[in-house]
Write a new protein. Structure first.
Length: 522
């Protein structure tokens, strides 16, 4: 077998693999001889079937196996001899072969770019911290008061209005028949809480105490109880009492209802709680600052076209799904056509395509950089950390935890995907320990106003104000290097592959929302 490099263009490589007829025949004969020792045929003792008969029956199958084995051997040899790290699985195209003759094939792939060692201590990162204002604490206090505000009977008889709390008895019917879960007595319902199906609470506005009315509603098409989904229903409702919000005094006594010594202690607890609520956003902004610095530090790294195309398509698909969620009139057939028959960015504006392009390049490049830094510094995800991630994922599927755990046990590739974010965070923390860190104190408004795309557009501009083009990896013309020929040697080393799960994770079930509680505390 002869291997000749035919292309070296940026990260792209192509090799021609030549296998002469005699070599193919030798490999076939060796495989047939092995098979003859194993195959069982009527009239022959095990291991005594003539190779000519085995070849007649299994010749085509063996030919395919031999060619595949030779290509695997060539792949391993190419990777090992050149110390390549592949960006994705190679493509293989047999360009010349007639049965009994020579075989030629072209193997094409992209290699991962070299990530040079850099002085990570030279970069400066903003570590975001949140300044919780007194106004925000007061707003949280007011929200807490509203959520726990007592009610009182209305002073004068009047009709129900938005914001009232009503005490009701009701019975719901579909096609004239009462259904399970659709009946209750003494149920308290705050008008505007949206705790019942759409239309029910609005239907009570204008009702009067001790009067019975019919409220007509339609169950949502996605309602968990399938026998009610999409069905028209009539609720016979009697309003037994109308209540309104009572005043609440924000004082030490109010604080004590939440287990606090006084109002000052409650405010401190609310401030701490607000800070914890923003921890993920603060971490994300600090991480973004770090990634910005790495983006500048490793500005000249090439991005493999294969990985870029996958990331760009994924971003476009996310955009499309987001648009679909905002377009309820879009039919399923069009969605199907988009996924299979159209370019991923067909319905995107030029600005949206620019956004997807910038983000795709950045994500792929920084993913390569972080992975390389982690590997060079022996950062690893332990089995214990991976197991904790699997357990946390299982908790997101109430009632299906065991099924989810079994899924990850049977699919190590899927389990490995959960380890990705853990590994990335380890690398981020490793770099943060080395680089210069500036504390950046911001308000909650400043924390959430950043626009990643606008930041990227700003970063991509030169000092003259003209945008520096950040183009997708180009499909440039081939440059043929001097021929490199080698005899392929057997090797157990396999090309790097991108693992794919062989089965889907269990579908996450939406928690059932009852039509109404059978009995409610008054």
């Amino acid at each position: 077998m002869a291997i000749t490099q035919t292309l070296e263009d940026g990260l792209k490589r192509e090799f021609e693999i030549a296998l002469d007829a005699a070599d193919i025949e030798t490999r076939i004969d060796a495989r047939i001889a092995t098979l003859a020792e194993q195959v069982k045929m009527p009239g022959f003792r095990p291991g005594k079937v003539p190779t000519s008969i085995v070849k007649t029956r299994y010749g085509k199958q063996v030919l395919g196996e031999v060619i595949q084995a030779a290509m695997d051997e060539a792949t391993s040899s190419i990777i090992k001899d050149n110390n390549f790290q592949l960006a994705a699985n190679p493509s293989l195209n047999i360009t010349e072969y007639d049965e009994g003759g020579d075989l030629k094939a072209v193997m094409a792939f992209e290699i991962m770019p070299d990530v040079p060692d850099a002085d990570l201590s030279s970069i400066t990162v903003d570590k975001w911290k949140l300044d919780i204002s007194a106004k925000e604490v007061d707003q949280a206090m007011e929200q807490l008061a509203n959520e726990n505000r007592p009610t009182k009977p209305i002073d004068k008889p009047r009709a129900v209005k938005a914001g009232d709390t009503v005490v009701i008895d009701f019975i719901g019917r579909v096609d004239g028949e009462a259904f399970e879960g659709g009946t209750a007595e003494g149920h308290q319902l705050k008008i505007g809480s949206n705790s019942f199906i759409p239309g029910f609470e609005d239907g009570l506005i204008g009702a009067k105490a001790d009067k019975t009315i019919d409220v007509k509603v339609t169950f949502p098409a996605e309602y968990p109880a399938e026998h009610l989904a999409g069905k028209d229903s009539v609720f016979e409702v009697k309003v037994t009492e109308i209540r309104e919000d009572d005043d609440v005094k924000l004082d030490d006594e109010f604080a004590k209802t939440f287990g606090m010594d006084d109002l000052a202690a409650l405010k401190t607890a609310l401030s701490d709680q607000l800070s914890r609520q923003h921890e993920a956003a603060l971490r994300n902004q600090t991480k973004t600052s770090l990634l910005d610095a790495l983006d500048d530090l490793y500005d000249d790294i090439d991005v493999p076209e294969t990985l870029y195309s996958q990331e760009y398509a994924q971003i476009c698909q996310q955009f499309y799904k987001s648009e679909q969620e905002n377009d309820h009139d879009h039919d399923h057939d069009h969605d199907h056509d988009h996924d299979h028959d159209h370019k991923p960015d067909e319905n995107m504006t030029d600005e949206q395509k620019e956004e997807a392009n910038l983000i795709a390049i950045r994500r792929v490049k920084l993913g390569i950089v972080l992975t390389t830094i982690g590997q060079k510094n022996n950062l690893q995800v332990s089995e214990e950390e991976k197991n904790r991630a699997i357990y946390a994922e299982a908790q997101r599927y109430p009632g299906q935890q065991q099924e989810v755990l079994e899924y990850f046990t049977k699919n190590p590739e899927a389990a490995q995907q959960l380890a990705g974010p853990i590994f990335e965070n380890k690398v981020v923390d490793f770099i943060l320990d080395l680089c210069n860190v500036n504390d950046k104190t911001v308000t909650a408004e400043e924390l959430y106003k950043n626009d990643e795309f606008e930041d990227l557009k700003t970063k991509s501009k030169s000092s003259t104000g003209k945008a520096k083009a950040k183009k997708a990896p180009a499909k440039s013309a081939a440059k043929k290097p001097a021929d490199k020929k080698a005899d392929a040697a057997k090797s157990d080393e396999k090309p790097a592959t991108k693992a794919k799960a062989t089965q889907k994770a269990p579908a996450k079930k939406a928690p059932a929302k009852k039509a109404a509680s059978k009995k409610a505390d008054s």
